[in-house]
Design a protein around this ligand. Structure first.
Ligand code: FMN
Length: 134
C-alpha cells in the first residue's frame, strides 16, 4: 500500500461548490478503489492524505495533479505503508474557518492522525496554509 500526503492551493476554477463536488467524486471513486484518507480545505488551500493499493493511489494522484481546480501541489510524504490508518473514510472532508479550526473541526481526526504519525504535517499546514495562498 502507498500513502501520499500533499498540499495545494485552490485556483479560480474551483468555483462555488467546487469542494463539495470534489468530495462527492472522491467518495464514489475512492470507495470503489479502496482508497482512504481525508481532505482538509482551509478556504484557500488543500491538504490531503491518500492511502490505498499502489496502482489505485498512482492513478488517482495522477488525475489529481492534472486537476485545474488547484495548483502548487507539494508532496509532503510518499511512502509504503502496511495498512491504512483511515479505514472508515473514503475521503473525509474537513473544512476550516481558520488555523484554529484544529480544536473544533478536527477533533475527531486527531487520534487517528496522531497514530498515523501525520500530526506534524497537519499542524504545519494549519500554521502555513493561509499564508501560502496569500
Ligand atoms: C484537492 C483535490 C483532491 C482530490 N481528491 C480526489 C480523490 O481523493 N479521489 C478522486 O477520485 N478524485 C479526487 N479529486 C478529483 C480528481 O482530480 C479528478 O477530477 C477525479 O478523480 C475524476 O474522476 P471521474 O473521472 O470519476 O470524474 C481531487 C481533486 C482535487 C482538486
Amino acid at each position: 500500500m502507498r500513502q501520499i500526503i500533499y498540499s495545494s492551493v485552490q485556483t479560480p476554477e474551483l468555483g462555488e461548490g467546487g469542494v463539495f463536488e470534489i468530495i462527492q467524486t472522491s467518495v464514489r471513486n475512492n470507495t470503489a478503489k479502496e482508497l482512504r484518507g481525508f481532505l482538509i480545505y482551509s478556504g484557500q488551500s488543500f491538504f490531503q492524505v491518500l492511502e490505498g493499493p499502489d496502482d489505485a493511489v498512482s492513478a488517482v494522484f495522477e488525475a489529481i495533479c492534472k486537476d485545474p481546480r488547484h495548483m502548487n501541489i507539494e508532496v509532503l510524504r510518499d511512502q509504503t505503508i502496511q495498512q491504512t490508518h483511515f479505514e472508515r473514510w473514503a475521503m473525509q472532508r474537513i473544512a476550516l474557518q481558520g488555523g484554529d479550526g484544529w480544536a473544533a473541526s478536527l477533533g475527531a481526526l486527531e487520534e487517528p492522525v496522531r497514530e498515523a504519525g501525520i500530526l506534524p504535517f497537519v499542524e504545519e499546514f494549519l500554521e502555513s496554509g493561509s499564508a501560502k495562498a496569500a
